[in-house]
Structures are given as structure tokens and as C-alpha cells.
Design a protein around this ligand. Structure first.
Ligand code: IPM
Ligand code: MN
Length: 356
């Protein structure tokens, strides 16, 4: 736990700007809470790829492996074709570090605007646990008769018993620890994906027997999208597959106020595992250097990092400081409409840390 070693990957576009604010807040809270920090910056992303052709060199991966936590800004560069950095870096890190949990808290902070009429912070407070290593993301498939009128593309979804069970079990444990509504909703599509999601369904039912204190619930993914907009207060914890989790967490992000505030964690819960914390937004290259992007999401990711590494008090302090800033200082959470620059928002959070 002490010192807390963090690998920092600013990444592309506005990634480094928002990560700088998260680091500012980490340093401030570490000082207040007596945490010794060891930060190391890593140069990875589109610029490095264009300069050297390297996406994730093996020696860099080995070095990252010695860190319990990575703070990541954003990946994505306009001159790099889609897929190279996403697959080669972001997904590669998730897969190789076996970060099988993608945790996305969906909480409406005070003062933050939601597009859902009549819903407030008490209604929008749930968590999505997304499986993070399998499904359509496995990258298995190919083309038949490529480039001909008879072309067929195959993209295979892989689900394993071990893969879904470890995620489902983690979600039950999390629901118990969270201790709110104690309701875990499985989101899948068992009526159509009659192999893969049958495995998820059976595993969910089986693991549920070990958690009689947790209410279980099931939604088809399409119905979940409607319900999340209409009745977000129904949800406590959602557990779902990788692809559906990707989609519903963007819906959830807009409900909680948008990319400016949405943070996520890619967790390897095993001892000695390396976990990675990131704002959900992309690299927004056209805003680079303009100080317009909201760093709250990156700061919230740093809060998740503190919580995950056992610094609960510091995490709580960061969360409270964020809420002071969104609730009493910022005009909006949207890029360029905050009433402050990226760096000023970071300063406000640091200031608020001293008030909590
Ligand atoms: C996310 C992102 C990634 C994903 C992309 C960039 C590969 O959308 O973290 O949700 O699909 O998982
Ligand atoms: Mn996504």
C-alpha cells in the first residue's frame, strides 16, 4: 500500500491534459492523507506509434507489470487507422493484465444535469460490472470470399464458464459490499444468444445460490436500455457481457451527465494484479491544448484507483471534493461550458479537498 506506485499513461489528444489534473489531485490528497506516491510516466499512444511503429513494446509491458495501478488518459489518434491503438494498446492491456472486471459507477453528482426529466441524484446511482476479456472482443473471425459479392465476415463471440463465473461472482460480492438495494441484475439476450448467454444464465443462477441475501433480477439488453431511461432507480448493480456492457455504459454515461464525469476501472482483482483506471471519454483530438475538456472524469478515475489500492479514506475525500465542485462551482460538465479551464477545475478540486 505504501508507497503507492502508479504508472501514468497520458496517451493521445486531450488525454495528457485531463490526466495532469488527476495527478494534481492525487498528489494533493496523498499529502493530506500521508500517502507516499511514486508516479512514473509512460509514453504510449498514437504519437509513439507514428514515430517508432511501436504500440506496446514488450519491455514497456514488463515494466508496467510491476505497477499495481495504471492511470490512463485516452487512446486514439486521427492519423492512426481505427483498431491499431484500440486493439494493440487498450484491449491488449486489458487482456494481458487479465483485467476481467470493467467497473463503471453511474452516479449523478449534485449540480450535474441529466437528460432524464424529473430524475435526480437519488434516482441515478447504480454500477455496471462489465465482463472485460471475452465475447465479441476476443478478435476471432475472418472473411470468406473477401472482396467478392459473396463475401462473408465471421466475428465469433467467446464465452467460457471460468470467464463468466469469475465476473458474476465478483459482481455478487460487490453488490453485497455496496450494501444498498442489494439487487443484482443480469443483462443479456438469452432469447437469441441461446448458447453463450445460456451459459451466462445458468452460471448466474448457480452462483446466486451462494448469495441468498442478494435479490437477483434479469433484463434482456434491449429492455434494459428502455428501463434505464425510464426507471434508473430500479438498478443497483448490473452484471453483463463485454459487448453489451460497452453499449449500455455509454447510455449510462449520458444519464449521469456525460463523458466529462464518467469514469471506469479495469480491474484484475487477484493479488499482484495490475488494474487500470480511465475517464470514459476519448482523446478528443481537436480540443487538444485548449483547456476545454472536463477533468472530473479523470479525477474520479483517480478516486477509483485510490479505493482499489486500499486508500478508502483518500478516495472518499476525492469523491466529496468532486461533489463540492460540481455542486457549487461548475456551470456545466460539457467541454468548454464549465465556466473554468481544465486546469482551473483541477485547482478547484484540490481546494475542495481541504474543506472535507
Ligand atoms: C470503452 C471503449 C473501448 C471498448 C474501445 C475504445 C475499444 O469504447 O472503454 O468502452 O470498446 O471497450
Ligand atoms: Mn465504450
Amino acid at each position: 500500500i505504501n508507497p503507492l506506485r502508479i504508472a501514468v499513461i497520458g496517451g493521445d489528444g486531450t488525454g495528457p491534459e485531463v490526466v495532469a489534473e488527476a495527478v494534481k489531485v492525487l498528489k494533493a490528497v496523498a499529502q493530506l492523507e500521508g500517502i507516499q506516491l511514486e508516479l512514473r510516466e509512460f509514453d504510449l499512444g498514437g504519437e509513439r506509434y507514428l514515430r517508432t511503429g511501436e504500440v506496446l513494446p514488450e519491455d514497456v509491458f514488463q515494466e508496467l507489470k510491476t505497477f499495481p495501478a495504471i492511470l490512463l488518459g485516452a487512446i486514439g489518434h486521427p492519423q492512426v487507422p481505427p483498431g491499431i491503438l484500440e486493439r494493440g494498446l487498450l484491449l491488449e492491456l486489458r487482456f494481458r493484465f487479465d483485467q476481467y472486471i470493467n467497473l463503471r459507477p453511474v452516479k449523478l453528482y449534485p449540480g450535474v444535469e441529466t437528460p432524464l426529466a424529473g430524475k435526480g441524484p437519488d434516482d441515478i446511482d447504480f454500477v455496471v460490472v462489465r465482463e472485460n476479456t471475452e465475447d465479441l472482443y476476443a478478435g476471432i473471425g475472418g472473411f470468406l470470399k473477401k472482396g467478392t459479392p459473396d463475401e462473408v465476415a465471421i466475428q465469433t463471440a467467446i464465452y467460457t464458464r471460468k470467464g463468466c463465473e469469475r465476473c458474476i461472482r465478483w459482481a455478487f460480492e460487490y453488490t453485497r459490499k455496496r450494501n444498498k438495494k442489494k439487487r443484482l441484475t443480469l443483462v443479456a439476450k438469452t432469447n437469441v444468444l441461446t448458447y453463450g448467454h445460456d451459459l451466462w444464465w445458468r452460471t448466474f443462477q448457480e452462483v446466486a445460490r451462494e448469495y441468498p441475501d442478494i435479490e437477483t433480477d434479469y433484463n434482456h439488453v434491449d429492455a434494459c436500455c428502455m428501463w434505464m431511461v425510464k426507471n434508473p432507480e430500479h438498478y443497483d448493480v448490473i452484471v453483463t457481457t463485454n459487448m453489451f456492457g460497452d453499449i449500455i455504459t455509454d447510455l449510462a454515461a449520458i444519464i449521469q451527465g456525460g463523458m466529462g464525469v464518467a469514469a471506469g476501472a479495469n480491474i484484475n482483482p487477484e493479488p499482484g494484479g495490475t488494474s487500470m483506471f480511465e475517464p470514459m471519454g476519448g482523446s478528443a483530438p481537436k480540443y487538444t491544448g485548449k483547456g476545454m475538456i472536463n477533468p472530473i472524469a479523470a479525477i474520479a478515475a483517480a478516486g477509483m484507483l485510490l479505493e482499489h489500492t486500499g486508500h478508502e479514506r483518500a478516495a472518499e475525500r476525492v469523491n466529496k471534493a468532486i461533489q463540492i465542485v460540481t455542486g457549487t462551482k461548475m456551470k456545466s460538465q460539457a467541454a468548454g461550458k464549465m465556466g473554468y479551464t481544465t486546469s482551473q477545475v483541477g485547482d478547484l478540486v484540490v481546494e475542495a479537498l481541504h474543506q472535507v
